[in-house]
Design a protein around this ligand. Structure first.
Ligand code: GTP
Length: 450
């Protein structure tokens, strides 16, 4: 009677949706139920004799072996999760319950396929992380890098890129393109005739499997490098419309993308587009808060921050720095004689010349009106600062062509040297300002409208 009920139970085993396996102490599969084919892709006949560990996803191997040893030492296992590579190359998430049979010297395990649940959890987590990233990232590139990392944990890619679309120019730019984990530069190009243009036009994702690529003929093959196995692109749609395309590629030797991968990427794409828009908006607000709208130079706020930081590092490293306070003489006459717009243009051109004459490490800021401040960080003596001042005078002495008028403009420039003329920002700015005024009162700036 007892034997009969065992037989009955064994006959039910192949009806179970979960796979039942018996594995020896070396990991060799001795018994495999019918559901193995559904879960792992191999028939029970193909499974028996194989080593279970060969199928484990490499990153999970160490913890799997450790857990198997625990089971064999007599601790029954409940709800252990790891990943396997299926026969078709896809990854399957498994939840195990297992126990060691000392009489049979076998590990008996029940494997439940939890890939769908894991996928849903990972998607939720990814959505949350992407929206977090939109707030945390300092700039667009670091946002893209973060998104790459998040999407990479859901979907393997040999090449990951964010392509942005400029509707006015009908042009594509490639601000983020990472190929086999290598950063790659690609110049902007016209959108027409590209796969991305097709996605932008249709607003629909595009999945190219190896069969599609082969059937696509010369046109598709010329758009893709010969080593591309599979290509997947999804539109990035924000409230404003189509802002770009997110693409992933897999190269020969890998596994092709499938419809479920397309759905996954599409699912996160809206959140990604929103994050990009939010980051762009933040950058615009930051630009407005820190840069002068007329000349695009840093404003007083940004100068203050930069000066504070420069003073801290100069103090720490016992270095010098210089501040130049620059005010245009008789600038008001330009406004009065040629109009405010001409005055604006002159300020813009002065700003451009100042910026061009300085090094990357220096900063030229506009404080307002016709007043500018230059911060020289890489300076070792007051003489060097005086040389920079002479250079700036030379640069501004070249006449400006504004609205058909030739203008010569003369600046008054005051210098403050750290630490000689002050220890802090206020003292240095005050010193440079006073020095500038002293010079202005000793000399007349000249303007010659032609
Ligand atoms: N076009 C233009 N003018 C501005 C702007 N901001 C301030 N101004 C004008 O710039 C002038 C600056 O004043 P001042 O520095 O006293 O004029 P100045 O003629 O250069 O006087 P000195 O420096 O004593 O030679 C004022 O007439 C302001 O109205 C601006 O953004 N655009």
């Amino acid at each position: 009677m007892e034997i009969k009920s065992h037989d009955l139970l064994a006959s039910f085993m192949d009806l179970l949706m979960d796979a039942v396996l018996a594995v020896d102490s070396q990991g060799k599969i001795v018994v495999a139920s019918a559901a193995c084919e559904r879960v792992f892709g191999y028939t029970p006949q193909e499974m028996v004799g194989r080593n279970m560990l060969e199928m484990v996803f490499p990153e999970d191997l160490d913890r799997t072996m450790q857990t198997a040893n625990e089971v064999m030492s007599g601790n029954p296992l409940l709800y252990f999760e790891n990943r396997y590579i299926r026969k078709d190359g896809q990854i399957v998430d498994i939840m195990w319950t297992a126990r060691w049979s000392p009489e049979d010297q076998l590990r008996i395990g029940v494997a439940r396929d939890i890939t769908e649940r894991k996928r849903a959890e990972a998607l939720q987590a990814a959505l949350y992380e992407i929206s977090e990233a939109a707030y945390a990232a300092d700039d667009l590139i670091s946002l893209f890098a973060r998104i790459h990392h998040i999407v990479g944990s859901l979907l393997p890619a040999d090449c990951f890129s964010v392509t942005l679309y400029d509707e006015d120019k009908d042009q594509l730019t490639f601000p983020y393109l990472v190929d086999k984990l290598q950063w790659t530069e690609q110049a902007a190009k016209p959108a027409a005739g590209t796969l991305c243009a097709e996605i932008i036009r249709s607003g629909q994702p595009l999945l190219l499997t190896p069969e599609d690529i082969a059937a696509g003929g010369a046109l598709m093959q010329s758009a893709l490098e010969p080593h591309v196995l599979s290509w997947l692109g999804v539109p990035l749609k924000s409230q404003k419309g189509m802002i770009g395309v997110l693409t992933v590629k897999r190269y020969l030797g890998g596994v092709s993308y499938q419809l479920k991968d397309q759905e996954l990427l599409q699912f996160v794409s809206t959140q990604i587009a929103t994050a990009i828009e939010r980051q762009k908006m933040q950058a615009r607000l930051q630009q407005l808060a820190q840069y002068d709208a007329l000349t695009s130079l840093p404003n007083r706020e940004l100068l203050t921050n930069k000066l504070e930081a420069a003073l801290r590092s100069a103090e720490r490293e016992q270095r010098h720095l210089a501040l130049l306070y620059l005010d245009l003489d008789k600038f008001k006459q330009v406004n009065d004689s040629l109009g405010h717009d001409a005055g604006d243009t002159l300020l813009q051109e002065v700003a451009a010349r100042l910026k061009l004459s300085m090094r990357e490490t220096d900063m030229v800021a506009r404080l307002g009106g016709d007043e500018f401040v230059v911060l020289l960080q890489d300076i070792s003596s007051p003489d060097q600062a005086a040389m920079v001042v002479e250079k700036l005078r030379g640069v501004l002495a070249q006449p400006f062509e504004i609205d058909g008028h030739r203008l010569a403009i003369c600046p008054s420039i005051g210098i403050a040297f750290y630490p000689d003329h002050g220890q802090d920002r206020h003292a240095l700015l005050k010193h440079a300002d006073k020095a500038m005024y002293r010079e202005k009162h000793h000399r007349d700036g000249l303007i010659y409208p032609s």
